[in-house]
Design a binder for this molecule. Structure first.
Ligand code: UDX
Ligand code: ADP
Length: 482
């Protein structure tokens, strides 16, 4: 018997209106005008923001996103808090909720907390009416599909009314978009991965993607390969960054230049040139979380050597961030107490308002511990978000875990989104995010405002060395031993 009432997908619901669910559904809606997309979330404020007439107030900042929202919203794209109704009337339900690293219990600090995913699966089980394809889109530990399947199955067994019970297929369709270029990544994906058992369900999802993705880029795998591929892709990318950052430290000691080393190794086709930019250490919601998931899995399956290998990538990243803070203190004569330091950029990379795991968090905290007076600038991230990260986030380091309440630093911080006044009386400027506007600052005029000797710390290699030095400023650049 055919499980599907119709072979046409008319309505898709996505649970989770965050950095993944939001942009993904916006692009789907743009590419598939005949399907209606409902993005639902428990967070009412977020849904209101997605519905805001003022497109600068969307909860996710992504180049190109506002135009697409304008084009599709109210036509075939809707944002709603009515989760039940939209599950009940959809042919496909994407689960795109957050899966933070567990902070307590078994696997604390490594395993992902599947609480939200589980809750979604229960909601789908309860409210679905017809055959529903459930697609996992969140970054999840391997074998999560099994958890979702079990919940759906159990809920069916427990339904009072066994007539007209919905049936389910579970697919894994991991997202590979990178924040800051999400729209481009979604429009032109290198590959789309669909893992699952049901040929029919896989074909239906593939058919949607075929509206804009060439069919040879749509890969079908078994469900576990799909889940593991997502974790592994992120682990490999993060590993490249830890590798290049480790060599940057060596460059600084030996007189080599990391950009020359990157170019030289990147021209080897076997290595490739992407993801070889040394920086302040990787951030973002995925890399650390996914590697720690791999570590947890490897230990769980009795492979401690594999676990240690991957954990090293995260350890190198932590070490690297602390190395930068220490170096700033050293250059400023061993003390930064009450010294004004300008932080340029708080987002974990340019072109996003996301600060999750941003290197800026750890580096600012280190400097605050040392008593610095920070003035933080970011063109898009707002003060409230920085406050959450610096004053309230209890998940960062072992030492930090002991703080139950807000932090008490020796130093203090302030925020501004005005660049013209930020440099007055500063001892140092630290560039942490590669926002374009930081690459052509007027160093001569900045230098006049700063206290001497004044330092520029460029962790993104974006300033013009000559111009900085000509402005009578001292310069440290990551990986530059020349
Ligand atoms: C990543 C993956 O790229 C994406 O495929 C996955 O779906 C989610 O995780 P994202 O975290 O959004 O995407 O951004 P990404 O561009 O990968 O950057 C991650 C971090 O690495 C940033 O902090 C970035 O500044 C840093 N980075 C990246 C470097 O330091 N050097 C590089 O060469 C590239
Ligand atoms: P990601 O980067 O993975 O998209 P975000 O934190 O940006 O993560 O977004 C995840 C979204 O999922 C949040 O807006 C959160 O409110 C939402 N969410 C979590 N659990 C549920 C749930 N049970 N039902 C609906 N939405 C949920």
């Amino acid at each position: 018997m055919k499980k599907f009432n119709r072979l046409e997908i008319k309505k898709i619901c996505c649970i989770g209106a965050g950095y993944v669910g939001g942009p993904t559904m916006v692009v789907f809606a743009d590419k598939c005008p005949l399907i209606n997309f409902y993005v639902v979330d428990i967070n009412k404020e977020k849904i209101n923001a997605w519905n805001n007439e003022d497109l600068t107030k969307l909860p996710v900042y992504e180049p190109g996103l506002d135009n697409l929202v304008k084009k599709c919203r109210g036509k075939n794209l809707f944002f709603s808090t009515d989760i039940e109704k939209n599950i009940a009337t959809s042919d496909i339900v994407f689960i795109s909720v957050n899966t933070p690293t567990k902070t307590k219990g078994i696997g604390a600090g490594k395993a992902s907390n599947l609480m939200y995913v589980e809750e979604c699966a229960r909601q789908v089980a309860k409210h679905a009416k017809n055959h529903t394809i459930v697609v996992e889109k969140s970054t999840l530990p391997v074998r999560t599909a099994e958890v979702i399947k079990t919940i759906l199955q159990e809920a069916q067994n427990n339904r009072d009314n066994k007539h007209n019970m919905p049936t389910f297929d579970v697919l894994s369709n991991p997202e590979f978009l990178s924040e800051g270029s999400a729209i481009k990544d979604l429009n032109e994906p290198d590959r789309v991965l669909i893992g699952g058992e049901s040929e029919e369900a896989i074909d239906l999802l593939s058919k949607i993607y075929k509206n804009w993705v060439p069919k040879e880029r749509i890969l079908h795998t078994n469900i576990w390969s799909s889940e593991l591929a997502k974790l592994t892709a992120n682990a490999f990318l993060a590993q490249r960054i830890s590798s290049i950052n480790s060599i940057a430290a060596l460059c600084e000691s030996t007189g080599a230049d990391i950009r020359e080393v990157s170019r030289a190794i990147g021209s080897d086709k076997r290595i490739g040139s992407k993801f070889l930019d040394s920086g302040p250490g990787f951030g973002g919601s995925c890399f650390k979380k996914d590697i720690l998931n791999l570590v947890y899995l490897s230990n769980h399956f009795g492979l401690p050597e594999v676990a240690d290998f991957w954990e090293g990538v995260v350890e190198m990243n932590n070490w690297h961030q602390h190395r930068i803070s220490k170096l700033i203190v050293q250059k400023l004569f061993g003390t930064i107490s009450e010294k004004k330091i300008v932080i340029l950029g708080f987002a974990f990379k340019a072109n996003t308002n996301d600060t999750r795991e941003s290197a800026a968090i750890q580096i600012c905290r280190d400097l605050l511990e040392e008593g610095a007076e920070l003035i933080i600038h970011d063109p898009i991230v707002d003060k409230g978000q920085i406050q959450l990260n610096l004053d309230n986030d209890k998940t960062l380091t072992e030492r930090d875990k002991n703080h139950e309440n807000n932090y008490e630093y020796q130093g203090s911080w302030n925020f501004t989104n005005q660049l013209n006044t930020v440099f007055d009386d500063a001892h140092a400027v630290v560039i942490l995010t590669e926002w374009e506007e930081y690459s052509d600052l007027n160093w001569i005029s900045i230098s006049k405002k700063m206290q001497k000797p004044a330092w520029i710390f460029d962790s993104r290699l974006i300033v013009d060395t000559k111009k900085v030095l000509e402005a009578n400023l001292k310069l440290w650049r990551i990986g530059d031993g020349t």
